[in-house]
Design a protein around this ligand. Structure first.
Ligand SMILES: [Zn+2]
Length: 215
């Protein structure tokens, strides 16, 4: 399986998963965001990027990822539609999360996008009985090209319906815009990752101080 995935190097498979929730990591599949929140470099440029990210975040196995890639090559139009849906879902979620952070009402069109995906996800969910009791399981997803969108939509629905956004943060890095849940004890996390944005900010502050002291 590894051979099939090889040559499919994708920045989506190398990104830091710092959101603390699947739906937040999904919203972070951009290199950054401009001041108007629009993406600055997209990690999901191709259907294979979506599969690579899904494998990276653990929602599909290596074998499932290989099967999806194979299937997508036979169903190019469907794969393209799924990619388009993924990006639409991501942007709708981003706007909804930002609205939630600012205690604003989300756009109904964005909520509709999430609900459409949620409906598709729920159609593929079944309650099954195991030795340890009952649990939900995804069915018929072996070759469903949109199967990675199901757990993402579910994760977003769980987060949104729980209704606690007090720990939802946007990284303070310049043109970063990544979202994460601040689980630090004193709720003081400012950066998506210290090495990416935190250090950059530190360097910038240091330079400014240096400049003002030499001027
Ligand atoms: Zn950042």
């Amino acid at each position: 399986m590894a051979e099939i995935m090889e040559g499919q190097r994708s920045s989506a498979a190398e990104m830091r998963l710092v959101g603390g929730r699947l739906c937040l990591d999904f919203v972070n599949t951009v290199d950054g965001r401009k001041d108007d929140s629009s993406p600055l470099g997209d990690k999901l440029e191709d259907y294979s990027d979506l599969v690579a990210w899904s494998r990276h975040s653990g929602i599909v196995t290596a074998a499932e990822a290989a099967r999806l890639i194979k299937e997508s090559k036979q169903k190019l139009a469907t794969a393209h539609t799924v990619l388009r849906r993924a990006v639409a879902l991501r942007e709708a979620l981003h706007r909804i999360f930002k609205a939630a952070m600012m205690e604003r009402v989300p756009r109904s069109l964005d909520l509709e996008t999430v609900n459409d995906e949620l409906l598709k996800a729920r159609k593929n969910e079944r309650l099954i009985s195991t030795n340890e009791g009952f649990r939900w399981e995804w069915i018929s997803g072996e070759t469903a090209l949109d199967r990675m969108l199901w757990p993402v939509a579910q994760s977003a629905a769980e987060f949104l319906s729980a209704g606690d956004f007090s720990r939802l943060r946007e990284c303070g890095g310049e043109q970063c815009g990544w979202l994460f849940e601040d689980t630090s004890r004193n709720r003081s996390r400012q950066w998506c990752h210290m090495q990416d944005c935190g250090n950059l900010a530190k360097v910038r502050r240091f330079r400014t101080r240096l400049q003002s002291s030499t001027n």
